[in-house]
Ligand binder design. Sequence first.
Ligand code: NAP
Length: 259
Amino acid sequence: MSDRSVLITGASSGIGATYADRMARRGHDLVLVARDKAKLEGLATRLKEQNRVGVDVLPADLTEAADRGKVEARLRDDRRIGIFINNAGTTVPGGFAGADLDALDRLVQLNVTAVARLAAAVAPRFMAEGAGAIVNMASVLALAPEIFPGVYPATKAFVLTLSQSLQGELGPRGVYVQAVLPGATRTAIWAHAGRDVDAIPGVMDVEELVDAALVGFDRREPVTIPPLPDASQWESFSGARLAMVPNFRQSHAAARYRT
Ligand code: NAP
């Protein structure tokens, strides 16, 4: 896959910008997506000079249907793109008390709708080619919604579940899908959450997070949780979930619910 281009959403800062740097160092041409055109162009100039790769900039607000449609079309039609880093996402301050419903809607548009539409735009081409990789940026909050307020953890649970659905359908057709679950990582997202990152314990630097996620990528892990020390904890959790699956097919309610 080393000769394939990489499209990265949320490439203007933080985790996405770091993926752009690492993928350029690996020799991939890039397509960079975010709203801030000036930042994308600055990053593109640096990466082209340092790595002698081709870098296209595709400015888009992924909460706007027309902009998002351009990115969907690029993923669908540009056969050079073989890796899609589905990373753009944000959060909003506060929980359900006094929630701003329009801000909540924009959050879902970015973290859920755009993530699903972009993955679904590229999936048929990758399946037809029998190759390709999709990296979806979830969060440990998908597994720990109690420790963060509001709707954000649920959007990340969606990303994890979407990844597992994609793995079920695309995996047998030769497409690799990775869900990455970062813990707290030092990026601008914490300012958007109205939080002081220096007051949060156990924050990982963004380079370390992305480099660890790429180790998981190279190993073709389905789910990569960079901060989790003991991988067997995830494997037990995952195993317990899968063990329930055959038991969901029942013509009658469980004995404890029978009246
Ligand atoms: P970040 O530094 O704030 O980066 C977010 C990126 O998304 C930026 O490039 C931003 O660019 C882009 N973006 C925001 N709104 C957009 C929109 N409407 N349309 C298009 N692009 C948009 O945050 P980050 O930490 O790197 O976040 C990247 C991903 O990691 C997110 O999905 C986040 O949920 C996830 N994550 C982060 C952490 C953490 O602690 N940092 C932990 C777990 C998961 P523009 O502003 O230029 O559009």
